[in-house]
Design a protein around this ligand. Structure first.
Ligand code: GLN
Length: 191
């Protein structure tokens, strides 16, 4: 199995390291032809406006949309923003996932925090919460059928969702020690 990681800006190396820990070769995606031969794509965190601009100048927008129509895609943080059909006060960029998001949803004062998240889909008999690392994170405002929310903060804010082969997390599993989200995505790619 080969998983590509969009490598224009942001935390892509960290995803490649996590995939390597799981025995998967992660390849850097910078050009449309890099999408050939990969089975899944990770869109990392970073700055969604910067990644969006670079994606346009490298002519990746349409090729990624076409890739997503057939394959598994996981967006973390800025990646989730890029995938969303609706961005509160902004234009959608890839806009294929049926979610609405608010950027920098936790304010600029407390812009990063950690919170343990109960995530039922990761359980595999393991009930430990997942360590959520949030950095100037977005939140999910709305999810539309057939999307379902798979993780929320204690106050009810939705922070991760799945729609078919697409996974969106407002936090950064690549910055935690826990491999369970990467393993979960691997299974989505495989199925
Ligand atoms: N605040 C960033 C944005 O709006 C996302 C931050 C992140 O990816 N850690 O794009």
């Amino acid at each position: 199995m080969k998983i590509g990681v969009l490598a224009l800006q942001g935390a892509f190396i960290e995803h490649i390291h996590k995939l390597r820990e799981l025995g998967i070769q992660g390849s850097e995606v910078r050009l449309p032809q890099d999408l050939q031969g990969i089975d899944g794509l990770v869109i990392p965190g970073g700055e969604s406006t910067a990644i969006g601009k670079l994606m346009r100048s490298f002519e990746l927008v349409e090729p990624i949309r076409r890739f997503a129509a057939r394959n598994a895609v996981w967006g973390t943080c800025a990646g989730m923003i890029l995938m969303a059909k609706r961005i509160e006060s902004g234009e959608p960029i890839l806009g294929f996932m049926n979610i609405a998001v608010e950027r920098n949803a936790f304010g600029r004062q407390i812009d990063s925090f950690e919170e343990d998240l109960p995530v039922a889909v990761l359980k595999e008999g393991d009930t430990r919460p997942f360590p959520g690392v949030f950095i100037r994170a977005p939140r999910l405002l709305e999810v539309h059928q057939p999307v379902h929310v798979i993780a929320s903060l204690a106050d009810g804010t939705a922070v991760a969702a799945v729609e078919g082969k697409w996974l969106a997390t407002a936090f950064h599993p690549e910055l935690s020690r826990d491999l369970r989200f990467h393993r979960y995505f691997m299974e989505m790619v495989r199925s």
